[in-house]
Design a protein around this ligand. Structure first.
Ligand SMILES: *[C@@H]1O[C@H](CO)[C@@H](O)[C@H](O)[C@H]1NC(C)=O
Length: 159
């Protein structure tokens, strides 16, 4: 027993160290932001239509997405190890898309048809804003693969 524990401890330590350094896997795949339209006006505190058609490149039953607002063009370089933007102005939240007609399972809700802008009063009229969607694929073959993150964005302009 003592032997087992002393053998396991370094192994576990190595496993945790490796997990902390696992690079996030960026995929070139992504879905399509059907709304807002490119160039749509972003009003401070206003609502805007939102629609995202997921790619689901690894054909999972459910697709987690996160939705963000950035005040500069988003790149996957600023996604951290959990696929979250480190330089976003605002986080609209996580949503879960049911594929193949699957119903919502919660607790994460399906994407709503409208989202609400945060306070944009610090930006001059005509500033570029970007709504970005990060889609996660958890179901990639051959199984037990790290999550893959794909990203797309749409540019809006402040009122
Ligand atoms: C990734 O970024 C998000 C949002 O900036 C942050 O809340 C989270 O703690 C970060 N995760 C890691 C593992 O750094």
């Amino acid at each position: 027993m003592r032997f087992t524990v002393s053998l396991l401890a370094p192994l576990l330590g190595a496993a945790f160290a490796a997990a902390a350094n696992v690079p996030r896997v960026i995929s070139q795949n992504h879905g399509t932001i059907a709304a807002p339209a490119t160039g749509a006006v972003a009003t401070s505190g206003g609502s805007f239509p939102f629609s995202y058609l997921d790619s689901n490149w690894c054909e999972g039953g459910y697709t987690p997405i996160t939705v963000w607002l950035l005040d500069h063009a988003p790149t996957t370089a600023s996604l951290n190890s959990t696929g979250q933007f480190t330089d976003a102005k605002y986080y609209f939240g996580p949503f879960l898309i049911g594929n193949f007609g699957l119903p919502p399972i919660g607790p994460t809700l399906p994407p709503p048809s409208t989202l609400t802008m945060p306070d944009l009063s610090g930006y001059p009229s005509g500033s570029a804003m970007y709504v970005a969607v990060v889609e996660t694929a958890n179901n990639c073959p051959p199984g037990n693969q790290p999550a893959q993150y794909g990203m797309t964005s749409t540019q809006m302009v402040t009122a």
